[in-house]
Design a protein around this ligand. Structure first.
Ligand code: URA
Length: 263
């Protein structure tokens, strides 16, 4: 076969292969394409879709443990001044923002009797002292009737007065359960630091806070215990202003208090 024949033979063979679907020129040595596939580097993990113009996640407001925070603050107060400062610095009670004054206490801290009311009203909020409005004036007259008072010269006849809440609730509404719960650690610490012989609870709110129940009409006049101290629930003087007939029971309770002080 001469060289031109070889050429035409080779060309015919190639055209026949192209017709059969060959697309690549074949090398002298065969290529194992399975081996090539296995040797390929593993494809990179697909990058997560990049958020485009997605705002950063909004941090969830940490759940505020107002009661726990009050407990810690109250426990660190080593005297009444420190307790007042800790309460004033307490930011979890919304009432603080609407009140004009912080109302802590009045009377003699070393008194044998500690009286606990509900919360400051309008007059107390203005004056920054508890029980100075009409109800407070009635309270002063009631105490005077048994020769006691916040300004009594004889320390044995003096009283110390405070409230469950140091800030006035708007429109004098009754404090709600969460407000009472978050201020309770301060009230308990207040009792512990003042260390009276007797605690008097005036009305339902301090009974709810310190005894966990209400029903002053049934509870009044019956001795119970608060933090290991004898405790007498009584009608609130504001209730007596609205219900003068109940002064009879209030008088009986005052005599009971007086008798206990003489024991
Ligand atoms: N009522 C209260 O309970 N406390 C006050 O200080 C005044 C009115």
């Amino acid at each position: 076969m001469d060289s031109s024949e070889t050429y035409w033979n080779d060309r015919a063979l190639l055209e026949w292969q192209v017709e059969l679907g060959a697309t690549d020129a074949i090398l002298d040595a065969p290529v194992d394409r399975y081996a090539l596939e296995a040797a390929k580097p593993a494809p990179k993990a697909a990058a997560p879709d990049k958020p485009q113009n997605t705002p950063p996640p909004i941090p969830q407001a940490a759940e505020v443990d107002a009661v726990g925070s009050a407990r810690t603050a109250a426990a660190t107060a080593s005297d009444l001044d420190a307790l007042a400062a800790a309460m004033q610095a307490f930011e979890h009670c919304e009432l603080k923002r609407g009140a004009r004054s912080f109302v802590f206490s009045d009377g003699q801290p070393s008194a044998r009797v500690m009286i606990i009311g509900e919360a400051p009203g309008r007059e107390e909020d203005r004056a920054g002292r508890p029980f100075v409005g009409r109800a407070g004036q009635l309270l002063d007259r009631m105490l005077d009737a048994i020769k006691m008072g916040r300004n009594a010269e004889d320390a044995a006849r003096a009283v110390y007065i405070t409230n469950v809440l140091p800030w006035r609730p708007p429109s004098n509404r009754t404090p709600d359960a969460s407000e009472i719960a978050m201020m309770l650690p301060f009230v308990e610490r207040h009792i512990a630091l003042a260390n009276p012989d007797i605690v008097v609870l005036m009305g339902n709110t301090p009974c709810q806070a310190l005894l966990g129940r209400t029903g002053i009409t049934r509870m009044r006049g019956t001795w119970v215990e608060v933090l290991g101290k004898p405790c007498l629930p009584m009608f609130h003087p504001a209730y007596l202003l609205r219900n003068p007939a109940a002064k009879r029971e209030a008088w009986a309770d005052l005599l009971e208090l007086n008798a206990r002080l003489r024991d």
